[in-house]
Design a protein around this ligand. Structure first.
Ligand code: NAP
Length: 299
């Protein structure tokens, strides 16, 4: 920590993270590195909130805290304690960034623009693409909305519990009916066990389940190597381990594979920009990414 936190004094602005657990968070590396680069008198601290979320948010406001990140399991619950939620975050149904305003915090979702920026940088284009989402949890739902918004031609959700995938598809068609005048994507929900029904070799596969996360590094959502031939690229939202089993299978099929570390980087950068009114350059983003990799002890 010593290398990126400056001197703390009476003018230091504080931001933090609320979640349960928070012990393994990488967010302090992102924000404290950025503060050092911008020479800002700013510090970012994780807060482990076991219960009492409302008291935590009200307490943070009373303590003049500039902004907060919100992580598992509070991204939806926190919305009721805000003065306002940004329209996109409202649609996603989850908030991961709180920005201080007169009377309370305003909630934003920087996870999805963060994923989009990461994908753009990795040369993955959702526009006109066939997007296959593995999982139907909170993040999968947001990814489905992002894919629709960015003009995917086809969106398929594969999930162990079919009902949850179907719920997202239903909701997505309602949102699309309201917002799109024409050109809506083809939508499909399938049980995980029926992945063989998928045709083509053009899917951008987005792994949005928790399967394969440290310490279950050898677990993978679909073991069959044949499945990975159907993908044109694979994006695992997990970043620990740095190379997941899913990524290894995508690479073994000869396709490019990416992890979720860049998504984490950019969701953090967007939050930092919202709090501090600055624009982070590409060079600075690269430097923070290197600091994150160093923290994870990866090359
Ligand atoms: P969630 O709401 O808890 O959803 C978990 C999903 O995983 C569900 O679809 C669940 O299927 C599926 N799943 C869990 N265990 C399974 C198993 N053994 N077999 C088959 N399916 C299983 O989680 P979330 O908040 O959406 O997060 C999903 C992933 O995204 C996590 O790994 C998280 O680390 C990652 N993430 C990354 C970032 C980033 O910045 N890179 C940000 C946020 C989240 P059922 O519906 O059948 O239960």
């Amino acid at each position: 920590m010593k290398e990126y936190i400056g001197q703390i004094n009476g003018r230091t602005r504080t931001c933090g993270l609320v979640g349960n657990p928070v012990e393994h968070t990488m967010s302090p590396v992102i924000h404290n590195s950025l503060a050092a680069m911008f020479g800002q008198n700013f510090v970012y601290v994780p807060f482990h909130v076991r219960d009492g979320l409302q008291e935590a948010i009200e307490g943070a406001y009373a303590l003049n805290i500039l902004g907060m990140n919100v992580t598992v399991p509070y991204k939806s619950e926190v919305m009721q304690y805000l003065v306002r939620t940004d329209a996109k975050a409202e649609q996603i149904g989850a908030v991961n960034t709180l920005v201080r305003t007169e009377g309370g915090y305003v909630g934003y979702n920087t996870d999805m623009p963060g994923l989009y920026r990461a994908m753009e940088e990795d040369g993955i284009c959702l526009c006109g693409g066939q997007v296959l989402i593995l999982g139907a949890g909170g993040v999968a739902r947001a990814v489905a909305l992002l894919a629709a918004e960015k003009g995917a031609e086809k969106i398929c959700i594969l999930n162990r519990t079919l009902g949850k995938a179907q719920d997202i598809i239903t909701e997505l068609s309602e949102v699309l009916a309201e917002t799109k005048e024409n050109g809506t994507p083809e939508l499909l929900a399938l049980p995980l066990s029926e992945y063989e029904k998928l045709g083509g070799e053009e899917w951008i596969g987005i792994q949005a389940t928790s399967v394969g996360m440290f310490p279950q590094n050898e677990d993978v959502i679909i073991k069959d190597a044949g499945f990975y031939q159907k993908l044109k690229a694979g994006y695992d939202l997990i970043f620990n381990p740095y190379e997941t089993k899913f990524m290894k299978l995508v690479k073994a099929a000869g396709k490019p594979a990416y992890n979720g570390l860049k998504m984490l980087l950019y969701q953090g950068i967007i939050a930092y920009e919202l709090w501090n009114g600055v624009a982070v350059t590409e060079e600075q983003a690269k430097e923070v990414f290197e600091a994150m990799k160093k923290e994870m002890k990866v090359q």
